[in-house]
Design a protein around this ligand. Sequence first.
Ligand SMILES: Nc1ncnc2c1ncn2[C@@H]1O[C@H](COP(=O)(O)OP(=O)(O)O)[C@@H](O)[C@H]1O
Ligand SMILES: [Mg+2]
Length: 227
Amino acid sequence: MSALVQVRDLARDYSMGSGPVHALRGVSFDVEQGEWVAIVGPSGCGKSTLLNLLGAVDSPDAGSLTIAGERVDRLDDRAATTFRLRRIGFVFQRFYLMPALTAAENIELPMAEARIVRTERRARVQELLGYVGLAGRADHRPSQLSGGEQQRVAIARALANKPALLLADEPTGELDAATGLEMIDLFRRLNRDGTTIVVVTHDAQMAAAAARRIQMRDGAIIAEAVT
Ligand SMILES: Nc1ncnc2c1ncn2[C@@H]1O[C@H](COP(=O)(O)OP(=O)(O)O)[C@@H](O)[C@H]1O
Ligand SMILES: [Mg+2]
């Protein structure tokens, strides 16, 4: 069976007035179903650029990307939007919850976009709130939640449509150390329960918790380590 994620010679240049920025210079690796991979490296080395390609938020200038059998690099905008909604869960450093919506409504939103019927949506929201330990916070707005609680809501939202792949860009970057450790525990549980995770992180403990680390520098992979 082929790997869940197949990255081949992916390249991405940004054109700037001062000339092109070679953010990714030809990156190749596989991620197997059920794996937990951390991507590490100094600021500016291309980690977020790579994650945005994996999440079909952006498209590469060269190379190929296959996720769950689909050639993601060949999707047009509309197909990419559908692919993201149904196959990818994305968690960001700054949570990006909708401020006017409650925790439950934030989690429900991607299911509504995917046209899941209301009764099923509501049941899954309750299940997800319980899973991330926020059963008592359903009606809180983001401003009425701690940073760690907001990130838990964001994770529940990312899981709403049962994605094939969970992507996280510095998910503990805005959290204090103790809350960061709770987040690592949650990722550990998610992975144990079968979620395939690719996480970009500066957090040494988050990186160590992943079974595999890919180290980048200057738009390329320079090393890999497996626990
Ligand atoms: N939208 C953009 N336009 C132009 N340059 C960008 C853009 N996004 C990132 N870059 C540049 O691409 C390189 C890689 O950035 P990024 O992937 O964000 O790195 P990292 O996430 O590892 O810090 C950096 O040199 C950055 O300045
Ligand atoms: Mg980044």
